[in-house]
Design a protein around this ligand. Structure first.
Ligand code: C2E
Ligand code: MG
Ligand code: MG
Length: 596
């Protein structure tokens, strides 16, 4: 056997995933049968690994493996047929063998090679005796047939663990094996790895609920057959997850890969009948170009999935892998997975407070609570980064719960100090969908003995725009409770005034983007003046956010804003500093003293 043959043989053996697996009754039954048939005290199914012989099944043998150089079976795997050693002590290959000289004192050996479909002899089925004996031709034939039976069992076992149980398509283990094989055969060639995702997870759940698990299997089968049919016999399709498929193709294939993928996506997007019901698959593909041999299967899978996400986000049928967006995706993923621990930890999340100033009296009437997250490894993470992630998940509830708890406790503590500050809390659109939000707010107010008008809830314009009838009712309930409702970042969405009129809000916070550039933009001044005047006509109080300079403050005062918030007065600061700041300021703003 040449070195390369041996390498192929070892690869074939390892691909079977049999080495070091637990004992199995299926194999043991055949081994026992062999021992009984031939009347030998010992029998085994042995596999010849690189440096050892390992017994998948054994009768009458104590040890589970022996060094390869001592294995009789290593001669069987290169023999043309069944190998018989009538008396090992008379055979120069074996007479000094420790298994002959010592336990289990082998004298007789007969082994039939276990040969894979591809012709690799991976081991042998053997019978052994501690007495010398002969073997008739008919018995050799029987042993060979038993070995074929063992091999069939091995292949059955392998097929079961390497094909998807629903579609019968090769699974991710096969994908890995095939990639390894290609890595040797086509090393350095340019290939592409493609993942095809049938539908986004939320849609999959909806479909599962609608059609039931049994039909869901059929639906996946339908998708699998469409994909296999579209790609044709030259491209092997693998099923790597319930609703995700993968395939590999040379970048320089006859039909260019862009065409292959586009046509595949078109085909999946097209309607077909399923149980007389028209269905289509909102599939997206992710494409990873790579040099064969340079990426492992799990890398390709991860990169392709990242590209699938990009394709979905862009509303495209497929996207190429992009390292930068992958890094961003991984960071988002990491932040989201770290948030539950942050919520449970006492010191990762804390609130800072930013004053809101009445522009006429220049007094601080209230503060906005703003969340800060210090991650033990990643450092400070801005709410601008993590809040949009939280908003898409059920973590929204926990975060707002925590903010509400801390902010109301703080407000009550300031009351005790005689500061009397209203506190504004940012609430996500998702929170509005929680049926018990009003109840929880009410309980929190009771717990801290706070009057509802001390608390303002801020919702961004976007959150209010996409709300349902239920969240609208919730807003009314909160308002009826006596809380103030503010529309945050006003002007950034497409909220018009007639819509605003229907909202039970009392405060409008003009977005920073209009305020910061106000002195230099005549157009913004016109817009802001109009917005303030219309908001006033509808009975809202107007807050200008992002006031960083004196001249901006002067301008918004002139344009009619009621309150201002921004770095000009104070950045968001910890509660103790805030109490100090307010104390100094209220003293400083007594009549006759100019506030700064
Ligand atoms: P927002 O509610 O509009 O909060 C105002 C943001 O503007 C804050 O950013 C604040 O630090 C910043 N800011 C205030 N004055 C100035 C200024 O003069 N110049 C500039 N450049 N910025 C100023 P922050 O704290 O980074 O928060 C960003 C956004 O994250 C908030 O926008 C809000 O939408 C969200 N957020 C913060 N904390 C929470 C929270 O506890 N819950 C929820 N749901 N969202 C939060
Ligand atoms: Mg806000
Ligand atoms: Mg804002």
């Amino acid at each position: 056997m040449t070195i390369s043959d041996e390498a192929d043989r070892l690869e074939a053996l390892r691909a079977l995933n049999l080495l070091d697996t637990p004992a199995s009754e299926t194999f043991d039954r055949t081994t026992r049968l062999a021992a009984r048939l031939f009347g030998t005290p010992m029998a085994a199914v042995s596999l010849i690994d690189e440096r050892r012989q390992w017994f998948k099944s054994r009768v009458g043998l104590v040890i589970a493996e022996v060094p390869r150089e001592h294995a009789f079976c290593q001669h069987t795997i290169v023999a043309p047929d069944v190998m018989v050693v009538p008396d090992a002590t008379c055979d120069t290959r074996f007479d000094a063998n420790p298994l002959v000289q010592g336990e289990p004192h082998i004298r007789f050996y007969a082994g039939a090679p276990l040969v894979t479909r591809d012709g690799h002899a991976i081991g042998a089925l053997c019978v052994l005796d501690d007495k010398p004996r002969l073997m008739a031709d008919a018995d050799r034939q029987t042993l060979a047939e038993l070995a074929a039976l063992v091999m069939a069992q091995i292949e059955l076992h392998q097929a079961g663990s390497r094909a998807d149980p629903i579609t019968g398509l090769p699974n991710q283990f096969r994908y890995q094996d095939d990639l390894q094989r290609l890595a040797r055969q086509c090393a350095g060639e340019e290939w592409i790895g493609v993942a095809v995702d049938l539908a986004p997870p939320e849609e999959i759940n909806d479909v599962l609920r609608a059609v039931g698990a049994l039909h869901a299997d059929n639906l996946v089968r339908l998708a699998a057959s469409i994909i296999a049919d579209q790609l044709g016999p030259a491209i092997q399709v693998y099923q790597v997850r319930l609703t995700r498929f993968a395939f590999l193709m040379p970048a320089a294939a006859e039909t260019d890969w862009q065409t292959v993928i586009t046509q595949l996506a078109d085909r999946l997007h097209r309607q077909v009948l399923f149980n007389d019901f028209p269905v289509s698959f909102p599939a997206c593909a992710g494409v990873v170009p790579f040099r064969m041999g340079e990426l492992a299967a799990h890398d390709i899978a991860r990169m392709a999935l990242s590209a699938v996400h990009d394709a979905r986000a862009a509303g495209e049928a497929w996207a190429l892998y992009d390292a930068e967006s992958d890094r961003a995706h991984q960071r988002r993923h990491r932040l989201l997975s770290c948030l539950p621990a942050a919520l449970a930890s006492p010191d990762q999340l804390r609130l800072v407070y930013q004053p809101r100033i009445d522009v006429r009296s220049e007094r601080c009437l209230g503060v906005e609570a703003l969340l800060r997250w210090r991650h033990p490894q990643l450092g400070a993470i801005s709410p601008g980064e993590f809040i949009p992630l939280v908003e898409q998940t059920a973590l929204s509830r926990g975060i707002t719960e925590r903010v509400m708890r801390d902010a109301l406790a703080q407000s009550a503590a300031w009351d005790m100090q005689g500061l009397g500050l209203a506190v504004s809390i940012n609430i996500t659109a998702r929170n509005l969908e929680e049926p018990d939000l009003t109840e929880r707010v009410e309980r929190a107010l009771d717990r801290h003995d706070l009057l509802p008008d001390r608390v303002e809830l801020e919702f961004t314009e976007g959150a209010l725009l996409h709300n349902s009838a239920r969240s609208m009712q919730q807003l009314r309930d909160l308002r009826a409770l006596g809380l103030r409702i503010a529309v945050d970042d006003f002007g950034t969405g497409y909220c018009n005034f007639s819509y605003l009129r229907q909202l039970p809000a009392s405060v409008v916070k003009l977005d920073q983007s209009f305020i910061r550039t106000l002195p230099s933009s005549a157009a913004d001044q016109i817009i802001v003046r109009a917005m303030i005047s219309m908001a006033h006509d509808l009975g809202y109080r107007v807050v200008a956010e992002g006031v960083e300079r004196r001249e901006v403050l002067d301008l918004i005062t002139e344009l009619g804003a009621d309150e201002a918030q921004g770095y000009w007065f104070c950045r968001p600061i910890p509660p103790d500093d805030l109490a100090e700041w307010v104390g100094e300021r209220q003293e400083g703003s007594r009549p006759g003293v100019q506030a700064g």
